[in-house]
Design a protein around this ligand. Structure first.
Ligand SMILES: *Cc1c(COP(=O)(O)O)cnc(C)c1O
Length: 370
């Protein structure tokens, strides 16, 4: 008789819908016979990694040895970057790792975890895997309704996840909005502010966007996560970090694999932090590309959600699955977001100039047919 794994799995895991990653370019190339597909599905950096990061990895020769399980050198660099003590830093195999540490370390079966509708898919995953109860609050203009989140807090609430900016909507919260909210979160709740896209948010365009890594003194229940996967262009290496009070970091580190960040990722991340030019270039490319995509949307009468990230959620006012498929067959991979409660939208990552142009070209070619 076939084993019923569904019954064997924990109650939380039974409820998990697996994460749907963007289609790999190689797979699309093979399936549709496209020489060079354009992948704008996972918010990766079109410039690639910093050359300094590549050079640092090439100098690593002792892969037979375990990495520094403490990640001392990288932590030191991160601590300097944010003006924090090294004891505030927790390293992760991607910032995804940190999001899971929080639920593993703090969520007992039956505890509640709050996040907003249209928020990052990893929050419910991490919650259910730990046996927690996901509590989804309503959105406000596609963004967060902090009043609704406050109202959802109960004695069983353990964690609140907030992405700023949020993925896949690109919406962002200002200091003026976040401060009064945080003041009122009770001490038994860990607040996670996920700043995966923080480096893309420029003060000129997004006045009042806060750097919450600077708020640790005010809230000892605050954890801020950052990643090397987005502007630093190292998504394939899997490295990210959290900053929090040392007390909170101590508990996160208890559930961390002893060698969770590999040797190549450690040196590459260190080098990437030093490459200010690569960061500026990436930011500029994003601004130019975002302006282009917005202009093209407006010319075509397409609505979009204004975005502080490196991606744009475009509203096609009709189910967008067919459009996604048709574009993929023409070698342009974007992200359908029906699983985020946004069936009429496609999320497109801001690519290089050429990639963005190809996206628009292919969109024009197929949009009348589907
Ligand atoms: C991409 C992304 C991350 C980063 O995940 P990594 O595990 O660091 O690659 C985290 N949060 C959000 C909201 C993201 O979009």
């Amino acid at each position: 008789m076939a084993i019923n794994f569904s019954e064997l799995a924990t109650v939380g895991v039974q409820k998990i819908t697996p994460y749907q990653p963007g289609r790999p370019a190689e797979e699309v190339a093979a399936e549709f016979g496209i020489a060079k597909p354009v992948k704008l599905a996972s918010n990766e950096n079109p410039l690639g990694p910093s050359p300094l990061a590549i050079k640092a990895m090439q100098a690593v020769h002792d892969l037979a040895r375990y990495p520094d399980g403490n990640g001392a050198a990288l932590k030191q660099k991160i601590a300097e970057r944010h003006g924090l003590d090294v004891a505030c830093i927790t390293l992760g195999n991607g910032s995804n790792d940190i999001l899971e540490f929080v639920t593993r370390a703090f969520v007992n079966p039956g505890d509640e975890v709050i996040f907003s509708r249209h928020a990052f898919a990893v929050y419910p995953l991490a919650t259910l895997a730990a046996g927690g109860i996901p509590v989804e609050t309503a959105a406000l203009n596609w963004g967060y309704d902090l009043k609704a989140i406050s109202a959802a807090i109960t004695d069983r609430t353990k964690v609140i996840f907030i992405a700023n900016p949020n993925n896949p909507t690109g919406t962002w919260l200002t200091e003026t909005e976040l401060r009064p909210f945080l003041e009122n979160v009770p001490d038994h709740v860990i607040i996670v502010i996920d700043e995966a896209y923080a480096e893309y948010v420029t003060a000129e365009k997004f006045a009042g966007y806060p750097d919450c890594t600077q708020w640790l003194d005010d809230y000892s229940n605050l954890l801020v996560t950052r990643t090397f996967s987005k502007i630093f262009g190292l998504a394939g290496l899997r490295v990210g970090y959290g900053v929090s009070s040392p007390e909170l970091a101590d508990y996160l580190n208890r559930v961390r694999q002893p060698f969770n960040v590999n040797s190549l990722a450690l040196v590459a991340a260190e080098a990437a932090l030093d490459d200010q030019e690569h960061i500026s270039q990436s930011r500029e490319m994003n601004q130019t590309g975002m302006a282009y995509l917005i202009e093209q949307c407006e010319q075509r009468g397409l609505a979009y959600i204004p975005s502080a990230g490196n991606f744009l959620a475009i509203d096609f006012s009709r189910p967008a699955d067919g459009l996604f498929e048709a574009m993929m067959q023409q070698g342009v991979i974007v992200r359908p977001v029906a699983n985020y409660g946004m069936p009429n939208f496609l999320r497109v990552t801001v690519g290089s100039e050429e990639e963005n142009r190809r996206f628009i070209e292919v969109l024009d070619r197929v949009s009348n047919d589907v």
